[in-house]
Design a protein around this ligand. Structure first.
Ligand code: ARG
Length: 570
């Protein structure tokens, strides 16, 4: 049961009864100071709709009174409503709900969703720019699955296009043995070729020619391309493994996957009069929305945009999904919006299917500048992970050198590092930039991944000390609300479902993190208030242990969806 949803449902009903169908944002607070739930919206709605406020309020109150969970309702002039809930009912709900798998969180409607994330470009090492797409994307997949959806992960790697023409040309000119190349060397070749491309017209011409040859399936060129792609994919898979990201080779549907469809897409869009020929270029001009997107260059090459259009068509036709979610940085905001408009106009996907772009801000260094190495390159993910592990290992070694061997310390440090890095990203507002600060993400006091890991360990060991565990305790003990704090926590427990659903709907994982941090603070409060192990009253003690177990269960579910490993010691 989601109390806020009940309230929203009944506000909607009382508006409908008054023939109001417009959508309003309901301002419902669960503010402990005055009541359990507070509704302010009626004032605004009645003004806007020019209707007597009591016409709405009276119907609402009549409807709300039917629910057992609500104790009393009062109205404060000029129309603020206070709702109070019954302690006994709240206890009952918590006792029942806590036993259900994932606390019963599931959407009624099961959707089929494609999530397009990570998607690095070939011939480069993954750098800090890929961190957010990878981590946020993986978390969104996990939330979606928790809600009961069927998730299809797609890694839309950039393995097609002009940059290959450049790399291949340099490889040919310098007679480089591609079999001896590693990712570092490959990236150097790419950069060098980019440089020569910009300076040397003759070289640039050759590059374009080779791009075309690639796009026309020239055997020799395709062979080099395959090798370059394989070197990069192998390297990327290592990074995913390090971060505990479940994105496999079978999830790769790169740009090249759509290569044979591009010709038809261009033809089709011209036929539908969505695209037009401008000299030799084929372009989509949208005056109303004020954008121009090229889908075929004058030399015959196709582009990123052509591929994305073919890709949407394929995805819908093949998988009949209800939704596609894209994760890229904010620079592609306008581009994505326009591609979605075109795809719907061309009927590659029905209007009602949701195409969603969760774009995100940049990660900055301590000078608030984009994260770059001394040479001006984007800092590599491998380096960030390595640096974090090294830092933690030092601390852990000091703490545990007499208890554990080096290997064990390394294993723990790795898991803490994953928590620190992922949580750093997931706990930030998606659309904003943020500053990377290694000391901050490792703190055991603030809103960090390691702090949440640590709280969970404390819960488990407290239960262990009392000869129980989460499952046992939830199954056998009964929970009663004994004081204000526990009442507050109970309401917070009921909020979990709403938080999960909201963060999925808006792509706002930071709301889960904020909730989780709060829950851990509540646990700390209970823990510090009383020595639970020494409580004499059995009923009271059992109830307290159950409350803690439920909190532990929620933390465990959350850590799982955030992709953060659970530890036994730290
Ligand atoms: N490879 C692109 C980049 O690095 C991201 C691809 C996102 N997905 C898509 N279907 N366009 O920016």
């Amino acid at each position: 049961m989601n109390i806020k949803n009940i309230i929203i449902k009944e506000i909607n009903n009382s508006l409908k009864k008054n023939n109001i169908y417009k959508k309003y944002n309901y301002n419902i607070k669960n503010n402990d100071k005055y009541s359990d739930y507070q509704i302010y919206s009626f004032i605004n709605i009645s003004k806007k709709e020019n209707i007597n406020i009591y016409k709405i309020i009276n119907i609402f109150i009549k409807k709300i009174k039917k629910y057992k969970i609500f104790k009393k309702i009062n109205i404060i002039k000029p129309g603020i409503i206070n709702i109070y809930i019954k302690k006994k009912e709240l206890e009952k709900i918590i006792n029942i709900k806590s036993k259900i798998k994932n606390l019963g969180i599931k959407n009624k409607k099961k959707n089929k969703v494609i999530i397009d994330y990570s998607s690095p470009n070939i011939s480069k090492e993954m750098h800090i720019g890929h961190l957010r797409s990878t981590i946020l994307g993986d978390c969104i997949c996990k939330i979606s699955r928790l809600l009961g959806n069927k998730v299809i992960k797609m890694n839309h790697i950039g393995d097609w296009g002009t940059n290959f023409g450049m790399i291949i040309t340099l490889i040919k000119e310098k007679k480089i043995n591609i079999n001896k190349c590693n990712i570092k060397k490959l990236e150097n070749i790419y950069k060098k070729s980019q440089y020569i491309f910009s300076k040397n017209k003759n070289f640039a011409k050759k590059c374009r020619l080779n791009t075309l040859k690639l796009q026309n399936n020239n055997k020799y060129i395709i062979n080099i391309w395959k090798k370059i792609t394989n070197i990069t994919i192998l390297e990327n898979q290592k990074i995913y493994k390090k971060l505990n990201i479940k994105l496999h080779k079978k999830n790769i549907f790169g740009e090249s996957f759509y290569k044979n469809k591009l010709k038809y897409i261009v033809k089709d869009l011209v036929k539908k009069k969505i695209a037009l020929k401008d000299n030799k270029t084929i372009i989509i001009k949208n005056k109303k929305k004020n954008f121009n997107i090229i889908i075929k260059k004058k030399d015959g090459a196709y582009l990123y945009s052509t591929i994305d259009l073919a890709c949407i068509k394929y995805r819908y036709k093949k998988y009949k999904i209800n939704k596609i979610i894209y994760l890229t940085d904010i620079r592609q905001k306008e581009y994505m919006k326009n591609i979605f408009i075109i795809a719907k106009k061309a009927k590659y996907i029905p209007k009602k299917i949701k195409l969603i772009h969760y774009y995100f801000g940049n990660i900055l260094n301590k000078y608030k500048k984009p994260f770059k190495t001394k040479e001006g390159n984007n800092i590599k993910l491998k380096k960030i992970i390595k640096k974090t592990i090294k830092y933690i290992k030092k601390i852990m070694y000091k703490k545990y050198k007499n208890e554990y061997n080096k290997q064990k310390i390394y294993r723990i440090s790795k898991k803490i590092s994953i928590a620190a890095i992922k949580y750093m990203d997931l706990s930030k507002k998606r659309t904003k930039n943020y500053i990377f600060n290694i000391r901050k993400i490792l703190s055991l006091k603030n809103n960090t991944g390691p702090y949440i890991q640590y709280s969970y360990i404390r819960i488990i060991s407290l239960l262990k000390k009392n000869n129980t565990n989460i499952t046992k305790c939830i199954k056998n003990n009964k929970f009663y609300i004994y004081n204000k704090l526990e009442f507050k926590i109970s309401k917070e427990i009921l909020n979990f479902e709403e938080i999960i659903k909201k963060s999925y709907k808006n792509g706002t994982t930071h709301e889960i993190c904020k909730y989780l941090y709060n829950l851990c603070i509540y646990f700390s409060k209970i823990y510090e208030l009383k020595n639970i192990t020494n409580i004499k009253n059995i009923k009271y003690k059992k109830s307290k242990l159950k409350l803690i177990s439920i909190m532990g269960k929620i933390i465990r579910i959350s850590l799982n969806i955030l992709g953060i490993p659970i530890l036994k010691i730290m």
